[in-house]
Design a protein around this ligand. Structure first.
Ligand SMILES: Cc1ncc(COP(=O)(O)O)c(C=O)c1O
Length: 422
């Protein structure tokens, strides 16, 4: 008997993006990559592993818990460092966690998002996402069979327009169960929501009875202006706070967490999250939890000091990239040839608007012929949006690489413009 091949969710291009980002540069070793939002290799410091573990071992010695059992046995599903994370969240994010058992320690943001979607969407409903958006959320939502409705970024950032759209979705008979947002310096477009916009989102969630999935991956990386409170710090009842130490410690630890909604009469979601986790990964490796907890204790429950040199380095890279763009693409070029970009106040990415469409094929052409890898923003879109935009990541390139990469991008743009004119 032969098997016929039906289209499957695994054919969906969204599911390929993370893999693509992680393999592009090894396939083009001589090209400079501005594609992936990896943290700077320089701050992926293995000595943090030893430091964190040593401090956690010392901390355990003052308790009646055995090191062997804590590190080497199966562990509690929800995590073994939850009260330490609660102190950290209070100190760095002003988030008061009433009960540390409402934190579930996960393998990175990705597992936190998986468990949260599994427990919120147990009986259908719609997930609203801004568009373009990080494919980590849309990819897993699709894999779980959840209906995703993308909202163009200009509508997403306009509370009146978003309210109208959300009401229209509900009037058509669909139930919005959750909305995903990266309030501090989103991926891919580096948008940051102001306080009023955050409060409007919380009000809309209350009005239409849905949850907000708040992703904090870039919250430390602000280069100007003052911090805006997390939605979770403003109101806990409607918010699942999805945390990650990928950028603030390093991604190889695969450490993240979810803080479930809290408040009077709120459903105890942590029970469902733990049930799902017990079947997905059983528990987060105790070794990784120990490293994070030890580092938090060592740094008085704050990662601000550890991240200060990183913030300064990323800020310098952002400034250099903007200087290079201004140099290579002067505003004096005519409207038809004009290349423009945003000036993000934080995060890892600058989005450049080109005078022509830039998709997967153009990315390959640019990488193969001009030796610079830049990522089409459209690959983060579910609505064929951002077709002329390209995401440049400055986080893991040196200043000198940024200069050379932007100059190569300029050569590519000249080549395309020449072809268009010729
Ligand atoms: C928006 C966003 N959220 C979360 C993460 C971190 O995910 P993880 O903790 O699974 O590495 C990233 C990393 O690229 C990201 O861009």
């Amino acid at each position: 008997m032969t098997h016929s091949f039906h289209p499957s969710v695994f054919d969906d291009p969204t599911l390929n993006v993370i893999h693509l980002l992680n393999t592009l540069s090894s396939e083009n070793p001589e090209a400079i990559s501005l594609a992936s939002g990896r943290p700077d290799d320089e701050y992926c410091d293995p000595s943090l592993i030893h430091k964190g573990l040593a401090r956690f071992t010392q901390y355990l010695a003052d308790t009646d818990q055995s090191l062997a059992t804590t590190l080497c046995q199966y562990g509690k599903t929800g995590g073994i460092i939850n009260p330490i994370l609660a102190r950290y969240l209070y100190k760095d994010e002003d988030i008061s966690v009433e009960n540390a058992d409402n934190i579930v320690v996960c393998l990175g943001f990705q597992e936190a998002a998986t468990l949260t979607l599994l427990s919120v969407f147990d009986d259908g409903g719609v997930l609203l996402v801004p568009d373009p958006v990080f494919c980590g959320i849309t990819g897993i939502a699709k894999l779980l069979g959840i209906r995703v409705v993308p909202v163009a970024m200009d509508i997403f950032l306009d509370p009146t327009a978003l309210r109208l759209l959300a009401r229209a979705i509900e009037s058509a008979g669909d139930k919005i169960k959750a909305l995903y947002v990266i309030p501090d310096f989103s991926n891919p477009t580096s948008d940051c929501l102001g306080l009023a916009e955050r409060k409007e989102l919380l009000a809309l969630a209350e009005e239409l009875d849905f949850f907000i999935l708040e992703d904090n991956a870039y919250s430390y990386f602000r280069y100007e202006g003052s911090k805006v409170p997390a939605l979770k710090a403003l109101e806990s009842r409607r918010v699942f706070y999805l945390g990650s130490f990928a950028k603030s410690i390093f991604p190889g630890l695969r450490m993240g967490y979810v803080v479930a909604p809290e408040g009077e009469g709120v459903k105890p979601f942590s029970t469902q999250l733990c049930k799902a986790k017990s079947l997905v990964t059983v528990n987060t490796p105790a070794l990784c939890q120990a490293v994070v907890a030890g580092l938090l204790i060592e740094h008085q429950y704050s990662l601000k000091a550890l991240n200060q040199p990183r913030v300064l380095a990323y800020q310098q890279k952002r400034n250099t990239m903007i200087d290079c763009l201004e140099h290579e693409f002067p505003y004096s070029l005519g409207v038809e040839q004009r290349v423009t970009w945003n000036r993000p106040a934080g995060g890892f990415f600058i989005n450049v608007q080109l005078p022509f469409a830039f998709g997967y094929l153009q990315m390959c052409e640019c990488a193969n012929q001009f030796k610079v890898i830049v990522f089409p923003t459209s690959l983060f879109s579910l609505m064929n949006g951002a077709s002329t935009q390209v995401r440049l990541s400055f986080s893991n390139a040196s200043l000198e690489q940024i200069e050379r990469a932007v100059s190569r991008l300029r050569a590519y743009v000249d080549f395309k413009q020449g072809n268009r004119r010729g």
